[in-house]
Write a protein that binds this ligand. Structure first.
Ligand code: ZN
Length: 475
């Protein structure tokens, strides 16, 4: 029977059966259909619709059912896509100019690292030099992008196909961001700021070990402890004066944003009971800025630093009847010697005017500063002078004026420091330092009622134990 069949017919049969097998193998069987559908889906985006319709018409129902969810999946890799009307794709004829007109925007963000600049970050994402230039022009006034710091975030929106920059956002902090939005060939910048909610918080602590150990144990942030030590540092030497049992309390602000704590504000008021004496400071703003005052309106800050140098130890005390170590004769020591390594910065103890900077016999290199109202300070045995330290120069409290050395009659590197009032030498370690300028009278009128209010607020929070400590001092 087979033998009788013509060769051409036999060939046709073979071709038909091969095609059938091929079609059967293409039909879904559950186990491998997803792989095939993805292949078809990938084709869908490239192949011309008419060709596609013809080539897949016999399995069209399967195609439609499977394609939609996968189309969605691919779209999720970008955050926004201009709608491309997938559902109509198969039903309506699409004009050539609209085919593949899908505009996709990539939303990306990058955390700024050390050494990054706007252009390195944007160029990495394919943004053109022209767009980088355009956006930097919009930043010309404020220079926020130029001054961006490691840890800040850049968010950008780029058109996927053209790499055209649509929008750039510099997130400076949770409270501040700047948006640069494309407007044809330029960018507009908008600064968006938020104000945190300030919540008044009270904490107190008793010192058994140290200010920091016990302060941290009481849940007080280290930054607040340092700030408090600075506020009271004019009256209390935190390295030497702290006693077991000293107690302190602070009223401060915590910053909240959307119910989440994002930082700390200022200390509004603080009390410190040191060795049986109570000190209190209140923050208050006047025209010349915010500062801390006693409840009566005296500045907490003093007109002079107690010590004008970071020292290791006092190597020679103020002593009007001393025998000099080099000359073995009675020579009063009219200052105090602070041992410090050569080159340690020496600071001006207060605001004033340099009245001498040069060499003077036993003093070696020496600086004398006139602070007005009869106060002068002297700094001797200096290795060298800081730039700008010359006769007549004005200096501010804390400014570096020179460096520790051992010029003149000195046995080792140290700062010899003298403090004179109306020409009379005083012991720099114990002299009563004058307060900084008091609050102006017109401010004081408003301050005093505020001072009363905040003090009673602070005291309202005190624990029983704290109240007892306070009562013992007052009696
Ligand atoms: Zn000395």
């Amino acid at each position: 029977m087979i033998k009788k069949l013509p060769f051409k017919l036999l060939l046709l049969l073979v071709v038909i059966s091969t095609l059938l097998l091929l079609i059967i193998s293409l039909l879904p069987d559950g186990s491998n259909q997803s792989t095939k559908t993805i292949t078809l889906e990938a084709n869908l985006q490239i192949v011309d619709m008419d060709d596609l319709d013809k080539s897949i018409s016999f399995i069209a129902p399967l195609q439609k059912a499977e394609a939609a969810p996968i189309e969605d999946e691919t779209r999720q890799t970008t955050i926004s896509t201009i709608p491309n009307k997938t559902t109509e794709l198969a039903d309506l004829p699409i004009p050539d100019n609209l085919k593949k007109k899908e505009i996709t925007y990539l939303h990306e963000q990058e955390t700024v690292s050390a050494g990054d600049s706007l252009s390195t970050i944007l160029a990495k994402h394919g943004v053109s030099a022209t767009d980088i230039y355009r956006v930097s022009q919009a930043d010309k006034k404020e220079n926020d992008l130029l001054k961006m710091r490691p840890g800040q975030t850049l968010e950008f929106e780029i058109q996927e196909s053209t790499k055209e920059l649509q929008k750039l956002t510099l997130v400076k902090s949770k409270l501040e961001k700047i948006e640069f939005t494309r407007e044809d060939k330029t960018f507009n910048s908008t600064r968006i700021t938020r104000e945190p909610d300030l919540v008044q918080t009270y904490k107190e602590s008793i010192i058994n070990n140290s200010l920091f150990v016990d302060g941290l144990k009481s849940g007080i942030d280290q930054r607040l402890l340092i700030e408090m030590a600075n506020i009271f540092g004019w009256d209390i030497d935190f390295a030497l004066d702290i006693r077991k049992g000293d107690t302190f309390s602070i009223l401060y602000e915590e910053k909240y944003l959307d119910g989440e704590q994002i930082g700390l504000g200022n200390i509004l008021a603080a009390q410190f009971i040191n060795n049986g004496r109570m000190y209190q400071a209140i923050r208050y703003a006047t025209n010349s800025g915010s500062s801390y005052y006693t409840p009566d309106g005296l500045a907490m800050r003093k007109a002079f630093l107690r010590t004008p140098v970071e020292f290791t130890r006092i190597s020679s005390k103020f002593n009007p009847n001393r025998i000099h170590p080099l000359f073995k004769t009675s020579r009063p020591h009219r200052g105090v010697d602070y041992a410090a390594s050569s080159g340690t910065p020496v600071k001006s103890a207060g605001d004033g005017k340099v009245s001498f900077a040069g060499k003077q016999n036993g003093y070696g290199n020496v600086v004398i500063i006139d602070h007005g109202k009869g106060y002068t300070t002297l700094y001797a045995h200096l290795r060298s002078f800081a730039r700008g330290t010359r006769k007549g120069a004005r200096v501010k409290q804390g400014k570096t004026i020179a460096y520790v050395g051992q010029t003149g009659w000195a046995t080792g590197p140290h700062l010899h420091y003298e403090f004179r009032i109306n020409g009379v030498h005083k012991n720099p370690v114990t002299v009563k330092l004058p307060n900084d300028d008091p609050m102006p009278k017109k401010d004081l009128k408003k301050y005093l009622p505020y001072s009363k209010k905040i003090t009673s607020m602070l005291e309202g929070y005190h624990s029983m134990e704290y109240q007892e400590k306070l009562a013992n001092i007052r009696n």
